[in-house]
Ligand binder design. Sequence first.
Ligand SMILES: [Zn+2]
Length: 85
Amino acid sequence: MSTTTVSQRVAQFLRDHRRYCAYCDKCIAKELRLGAGKNRTIARNVTSVLAETDEFRRGPGICCKCGEHRLVTHRRLSGSRRFRD
Ligand SMILES: [Zn+2]
């Protein structure tokens, strides 16, 4: 699975949630069935890249899936101008 493919899947996954919802890398990897090891590293890299865009943000917070306080990624409520599929 290429990083680009994972990136698109993670972005789509976060977009699919209408309300504000933040996920940690572990849960994103789990939800997308990326498994462990290399793919999980890709998940972390992907969320870091997504956080650079206007559409997504990343920072300390509570993951809405596992409830743990971690680095989480979520979609910003406004603006998707700079992010392209
Ligand atoms: Zn989590």
